[in-house]
Design a protein around this ligand. Structure first.
Ligand code: GUN
Length: 281
């Protein structure tokens, strides 16, 4: 079994992005990411802090905007509008989840697609469907990058994705289809999950349920990618029963240190490519 080390792969990518930042700086372009946090979810606050710290480490500037959970949609849209029109801003990231009752679709429709470093606006989602991957959601993009880095053959592969979310399952499915994988998408309503997961040559799990994937649900030699980030008794636990499943898998991502660091690396990459496309406009 090979452990897929997302920490070290993401460090390599961050060094490449750092070089790109230097190149942009020499053309007087200074990449700037605006992060928007609504409400007081401690996990979201931590993620946003990790993202802006990762930016600073490679000289990407970050401006952080924070609203209480009672903020009106209009106020949030007003900020997005100002960020869209601010030529110094290259990337806009609205951290999810938004408070209950807020129209996430409306918020993401408001973000300029050229600055939508999360790839969640309808234009970028549609482009992905059409095979244009110029701005793709960071976690799915990071998962594909890990698999390609490890030389996993995706064309024709039996892939099973346990997630049909907008953030992970849907864009990830498109990324696999763009690489000619055969994809089965499972989710909370799927009957007999194990029947599907056992067939997978590549199994990606983002169900948000601690250790939902047990060893008897995984085929011998499968490549297993665990996107779970569940807090259990103060510990970070994945969606895969790692200790047992690792005995059957040919490759597996740990939690933490697998997909997580890749999400951040892809955000940096998206921000710098947005800056490159927007330039000093
Ligand atoms: N919440 C959890 N993951 C993500 C992500 O990739 N982007 C945003 N905006 N929010 C998230």
């Amino acid at each position: 079994m090979k452990l897929i080390d997302g920490g070290s792969i993401s460090r390599e990518i961050r060094e490449e992005v750092r070089v790109d930042v230097g190149e942009l700086n020499s053309r007087d372009i200074h990449p700037l990411l605006a992060t928007v946090l609504v409400g007081d979810d401690p996990a979201s606050a931590l993620y946003v802090e990790m993202k802006s710290r990762a930016c600073e480490e490679i000289d990407i500037k970050s401006n952080n905007y924070q609203f209480p959970s009672e903020v009106s949609e209009e106020e949030l849209l007003d900020l997005i509008n100002r960020l869209n029109n601010n030529s110094e801003v290259h990337g806009i990231l609205v951290q999810l989840p938004l408070p209950e009752g807020m129209d996430v679709g409306r918020v993401f429709r408001a973000i300029d697609p050229l600055k939508d470093v999360d790839g969640l606006s309808p234009v970028n989602m549609g482009n992905l469907l059409l095979g244009d991957e110029s701005m793709v959601s960071c976690t799915p993009k990071g998962i594909i990058r890990l698999l390609e880095y490890e030389g996993v053959e995706l064309a024709g592969a039996e892939v099973v994705v346990v997630s049909h979310s907008v953030l992970i399952g849907k864009p990830l499915t498109m990324l696999f289809l763009n690489r000619n994988s055969t994809v089965t998408v499972c989710h909370i309503h799927t009957r007999n999950l194990a029947e599907h997961t056992r067939r997978a040559e590549v199994l990606v799990v983002a169900a948000g349920v601690p250790q939902i994937i047990k060893e008897d649900m995984v085929g011998e030699g499968a490549v297993v990618v665990d996107v779970g980030t569940n807090r259990v008794d103060g510990r970070l636990v994945g969606d895969v029963d790692f200790e047992k499943v690792k005995e059957k898998a040919s490759m597996i991502t740990p939690v933490p240190g697998g997909v997580g660091p890749m999400t951040i690396a892809m955000l940096l990459e998206n921000t710098v490519s947005a800056a490159g496309r927007l330039g000093g406009k």
